[in-house]
Write a protein that binds this ligand. Sequence first.
Ligand code: ADP
Length: 372
Amino acid sequence: ENYHAVLAENRRLYNEVQDLKGSIRVYCRIRPFLRGQNGKQTTIEYIGEDGELGIVNPSKQGKDGHRLFKFNKVYGPAATQAEVFSDTQPLVRSVLDGYNVCIFAYGQTGSGKTYTMTGPNAASKEEWGVNYRALSDLFEITQSRRSSFMYEVGVQMVEIYNEQVRDLLSSDSFMCFGVKSFVFLNLHTLGILTTSQPHGLAVPDATMLPVKSTSDVMELMDIGLKNRSVGATAMNERSSRSHSIVTIHARGTDLKTGASLRGSLHLVDLAGSERVDRSEVTGDRLREAQHINKSLSALGDVIFALAQKSSHVPYRNSKLTQVLQSSLGGQAKTLMFVQLNPDVNSFSETASTLKFAERVSGVELGAARSSK
Ligand code: ADP
């Protein structure tokens, strides 16, 4: 009945759980209606200042149609790329102090994952997503610290498609896109990774390339993106049916003492989370969908186990969680962007995305609480 009482109770419960974990953050972002979408029919009912989100089920009358969620942050359709990044920046910066950071974007195809992570147009700085902003911020800091620290930065990019890991920066890809000026280095050669060190991807053969500037990385990411497996689906032609992981490794050496620090940043654009109707797809499409579902739920299980400080974390259940194992948990920091399409027609996907988000954040508020 009383929205504010419910809010207060949700907030209390949420803060209680948040205090227990600290290393997992969930930010929810609602994209605007696009041209051609009916802007009046939205499932989003309420966006609170403290990360509350209220949604309404268009096909349920009365109180039961309303639900309330609570996340670390909720960004409405008007939030700018700069605003979103400002809350992510401290996390990104901690990489240079030796932390492992994983940033994910989760949501149905067309909900804005790529917009948030990469942005719609690399040529327009204003529209840059988290990836490019993070990189330029990191390079700026390494520059400003150069009298006392020497940083080496390397990049890897892999994709996971049908539970197979593919190196998106292998020398073959360079030949095919005509870029031959980079020195090819195996990650061991660069010395940032050694087999015993606990950071980074569990893909020993993935090509790692040294980079000196944001534009070096942008060039590499562009090549990597062209190599991703993309296929057309009914929902979105550009939809990607694979997970892509861009990893930035940074090793800093203190010029006075010679001591060194290693940190890594994983930027993960997940495959679309939409459920596919078994009756509509067969063959390759069905197999893709099954692999995607399996890996996303394995990811959810891992993050949930970490949030609960569970003694068993089920990393082995998917390639995605295996590859990221050393960068999830322990001292690592995880941020999940949960992306929503506000359209009523997306209600069931929105509800299942929020269910996933609620679970990974370790707090399940439940429908009952918002309809006392
Ligand atoms: P996904 O990666 O989840 O499939 P996209 O990032 O491709 O989704 O977004 C789908 C469409 O919505 C694109 O045309 C994108 O430019 C647009 N879009 C997504 N988020 C926003 C936003 N916050 N502001 C403006 N346009 C957005």
